[in-house]
Design a protein. Structure first.
Length: 329
């Protein structure tokens, strides 16, 4: 294996000059850099990245924690942030928390041990344990999906409460006055609490009182199906259903159609996320498209600014959405 000495001898320069070129230090002529780089290529010299990182105090590693690898939000978000980091010579370490709160805390600690330069967390909850872990992190942390701005944590969030309100308004306009909500764990403030709150406000604004129910399940089609089967028995007169995610809504559509009623006709259904499955299910799902890829890009740029100690005008960025009108409402 070629050594630094071999490169220096072939390039006709000192070992210290080779080291300065390898570590991108100032003070080396471009012509000398070219000679060294050509010698490195000819020798097949491999840079010791660990040693280089220790010397520069930079690892060029960014930790990204997601709740699942299979969701539309995650895949598009990772596409967006990866593109930004690759342009800046950063490498992404991806961790899957599997919707387990303790895994988010574990990965924050692990990434700090790995000396990552920054962390992006697609958080599924926001409590004191998490905010304390973020405050103790030596690497800057940016949240996506949950609002940590009250705790001075930079956050990229979607307009979840307004989405809930628009969903409620749409259901009412389509003739549904008896409306329910299927959410997820109450620890998920954005997906469950905020979206339900918006729905509640819309119904109140239209003098319809509170929603018929606030049911909670998992982020899966199966859960949406099981929840709806049970709810149709408890609330046979339901006219509208707002689901916290598209996958929950797709399960709900199956349950409604199997019950002898028709989704979109007897019971209006709205989801969130614009999952491609919502387009192919019958009837096709009315939903909201979120800027998932842009959220990833924005989070990446925010982390880079924090790494480079650039000032921020706001600790929270709220992204817009687009209503997607289809057959279920």
């Amino acid at each position: 294996m070629a050594s630094l000495h071999d490169v220096a001898r072939l390039a006709g320069v000192s070992k210290s000059t080779v080291s300065r070129v390898v570590n991108d230090e100032y003070g080396v002529k471009n012509s000398t850099k070219e000679k060294v780089r050509k010698a490195i290529e000819e020798c097949g010299y491999v840079v010791n990245q660990v040693a280089k990182d220790l010397k520069s105090q930079k690892t060029n590693l960014i930790g990204v924690i997601v709740p699942t690898m299979s969701s539309n939000a995650t895949s598009l978000g990772v596409d967006g942030l990866t593109k930004v980091f690759e342009e800046q010579g950063k490498h992404v370490l991806l961790a899957n928390s599997q919707h387990r709160y303790e895994k988010e805390l574990e990965y924050i600690r692990l990434f700090n041990q790995k000396r990552v330069e920054g962390i992006i967390l697609y958080a599924t909850h926001l409590d004191k344990t998490l905010t304390d872990a973020i405050a103790q992190s030596s690497a800057p942390v940016v949240l996506v999906g949950q609002d940590g701005s009250f705790f001075n944590i930079p956050s990229i969030v979607h307009d979840d409460q307004r989405v809930g309100f628009i969903a409620g308004q749409t259901l009412v306009e389509k003739g549904a006055s008896k409306v329910g909500f299927i959410g997820v764990s109450s620890k998920d403030i954005a997906v469950d609490i905020m979206r339900y709150s918006g729905l509640e406000q819309a119904l109140s604004h239209n003098d319809l009182g509170a929603p018929l129910f606030h049911s909670r399940g998992e982020f899966t089609i199966e859960s949406g199906y099981e929840q709806t089967v049970s709810l149709l028995t408890q609330y046979p007169d339901i006219e509208g259903l707002f689901c916290a995610t598209d996958k929950i809504a797709i399960g709900a559509i199956k349950a409604i159609n199997e019950s002898g009623k028709t989704a979109g006709t007897d019971i209006k259904v709205i989801g969130v996320g614009n999952d491609e499955l919502g387009f192919v299910v019958t009837p096709s799902l009315t939903t909201f498209a979120y800027a998932f890829e842009y959220a990833g890009e924005t989070a990446a740029n925010t982390v880079l600014d924090l790494i480079n100690e650039k000032p921020h005008s706001s600790s929270k960025v709220v992204l817009g959405f687009e209503p997607i009108k289809r057959e279920t409402c």
